[in-house]
Design a protein around this ligand. Sequence first.
Ligand code: ADP
Length: 627
Amino acid sequence: MYSEACRRLHREHNEYVLLLAEATECERALRTAALPALLDLQRRQGEATATSWKNILLEVVQRSDFNTDKFREIQSKVDSTVQNLKPHEEYKEFIEKYKSPPSTPVSFTFDESLVEDTSGKLQPNQLTVDNLTVEWLKEKLTELEGTLQDNREKQAQLVPEANGVCKNNNTSLTNGVNGIDRHSPPPIPATASEPVKLLELRMAERKCAKQAEMIRSALAELGCEEAPSGCPDLSAETVGVDSLDGSSPDHQVGTLEAERSLVEQEWFHGVLPREEVVRLLRADGDYLVRETTRNHARQLVLSVCWGQHKHFIVQTTPEGHYRFEGAAFPSVAELIAWQRTSGVPVTARSGALLRRAVPRETWELNNDDVQLLDKIGRGNFGDVYKARLKTTGQEVAVKTCRVALPEEQKRTFLQEGRILKQYQHPNIVRLIGIAVQKQPIMIVMELVSGGSLLTFLRQRAGVLGARALLAMCRDAAAGMRYLESKNCIHRDLAARNCLVGDDHAVKISDFGMSREEEEYIVSGGMKQIPIKWTAPEALNYGKYTSLCDVWSYGVLMWEIFSKGETPYAGMTNSRAREKIDSGYRMPAPEGCGEDVYALMLRCWEYEPDKRPHFHQLYTAIDNIYNR
Ligand code: ADP
């Protein structure tokens, strides 16, 4: 069972390595073969057209000999002009003129962090050949060889029919334009799709050939018949690998009874993310139990600090009992109690002993203690409720996370809780806790009476004077000054993400995109960027700092003074972006003083270094307010 999981891991690894090779090969083939061949095809088509025209005109000349002097004179002029038509000359400069500049090769690199935990058993971008993968690799090789054979047959069928367009294909594709015989007759291809089909086949051939070559040399190097043993040293010891595939319902975390007794254990931390768990386990022997989902199956994991952090999956026997390597027990609580008192290591290999149960922290709330009342909003991950904490009777706001969301997204959801946990400031929404004992997981926060600032501005700001609006800006600046001092970049500051409390106090909320870093570079594609609130350097280079928040803060000030209007109204996101790049800035909202507008403009300086910091903004606003 264990080796089945290892085998799978290794196969995934190998598949990843092969895919990288495939991507690299495709990209190279596109650059070095497909594009030049396409250009050459265009040239040949041009030449062929010119030739056809020449033939037509020659025919016209031949058939129109009317024997008059005048006509003969005209005819001879046409004749000599037509004779002088040299299709080959016409398109001589074509390639030079139209070829695109050499493009920079894209490199596809292996994400090395993926194999950090495997103690050298899996090497970055290297196929793993061992007893777990050797059969798979051989099968893969056979499959690739079959595909290659098939591909070559298809090409052989196409080449004679391709009317010579790609006849000299081998050389033309591998050598690019230089390999093409320029003086070969340039007929128009029978159908436009044939050369394209051939190109596709050629590219597929290249990537398969590359993958086959990699597998062949890996097998040859290691002597595949006696492959080395390949049990990876995973950071999570998959003691109960059965539950990994989730195929057997017997093996999933089970009965209501068992769940109830588990939830009652102080050391059960529900779906607390691994990063948090690691933070809680400090000394050797510290342990806790948590739950995780893998391939749609729920698993219980015992996390222990023993030299390093180790994570053991609780195994379930066919009878529904729980065990690691030793005795099995009807409940996880009994299993853990036995592991603790017997002094037997969780696994012989790890030697890990259980010494101190790490209890839930005060901010880890019990889901059953949260009584949801009314729905008050809708967030990215799920609905937001007004709720009551049964333990204290306190009214709170609760963000829920939809049960069906993938694990990765649930982790992102909880990130907001992790960041907020450390902050305490009157202008930052306060975290009360997270409830992760069971689904749906929740973030519990102070209930801010007025709800979203944007809705408030649109519905109720009519009665507010400029001074009250300025006070709101000052509150937001105070909250942001605090965040800046903590090296926290919010990345999504906007009226929709602020809340309004009693006395119109503004609180910064929605830390879903926040990062605790001085500078944060977004490398992958960003999905939903609030373009109209985001600073140019973040849009253009993915570079985020607190000074990007300052840009967004300028837009927030504008929203406050325009009482909830949409910025850059009537412009699409890309239009607004273009206009900003060319120097455009929104005009002052009605009733906004010049000094306040001047501050907005400073927030919208194109160069981040020219923008004020939040502590400067706060002081400037406070001065205007007290004037
Ligand atoms: P998400 O971060 O998932 O987008 P939001 O933070 O934007 O969710 O919350 C959605 C809505 O729920 C807000 O616009 C607001 O109306 C309401 N809301 C969120 N948090 C609170 C809170 N602490 N107090 C009162 N209302 C809240």
